[in-house]
Design a protein around this ligand. Sequence first.
Ligand code: DGL
Length: 261
Amino acid sequence: MNNNPIGIFDSGVGGLSVYQAVRKHLPKESCVYFADSAYAPYGKLPREELHKRCQHIADYFIERNVKAMVIACNTATALMADWLRAEYDLPIIALEPAIKPAASLTRSGHIGVFATENTLHSERYQRLVAQYARDTSIHQVACHGFVEQVEKGELDSPKTLALIKQYLQPLLEYKVDTLVLGCTHYPFLASSIKKVAGAASLKLLDTAEPVSLQLTRVLAKHDLFNEIALQNDQFVTSASPSEAQTIFTKLLNRPVKVQQG
Ligand code: DGL
């Protein structure tokens, strides 16, 4: 038993899609959510800079005695998960694009992957594709601009819909029927993606649910569940807390207070 919080971080507000799933599966736990929005998008950060940010956030969590850490960011996982696991002595749960389930679900044999450039170029991602999707046609797109739109809370503005159309249209022409949302910001665009897809049948896959189930298993294995229900979540941003508060409230659909981190 351990009543300390779980640390969850992302380059910004995207990891809130993972936080929501954690909240659903682990209602007795408390979370500290760190949005590194001053440095988003991670997809464009040089590796050294990303390393510094991950170190800063992990140290922040350690000072707050978190009992486990969730890397709610595909890009940080792809480039920094191995280093974080080697450096920090606590359970670390990471996520990766849902290539494996997509390869088994597709009927057309064509899957799409929306992710950041850094994720798509990472060795970790290439290994995943080689391991699970050898016999599937993969159409991958680095969706420049999506992270910025979600960070601004523009989930269905004309600019966001135009970007989605630009990235999605070619995939639909290839008869892609399963689309992997390989960045935790993208689930917040799911209804706009569906809207742009129109009548085309398109299954969207993200990894928020599997990650929270994995977190549940890890807490059980290490005997780290809260003894009593202690839901006392904290939200932290490296950018402006007042601006972040508006976006957090919109994405979570409830008012939350955001602190400076
Ligand atoms: N949410 C992050 C991810 O899952 C976004 C990365 C970025 O900031 O570029 O990859």
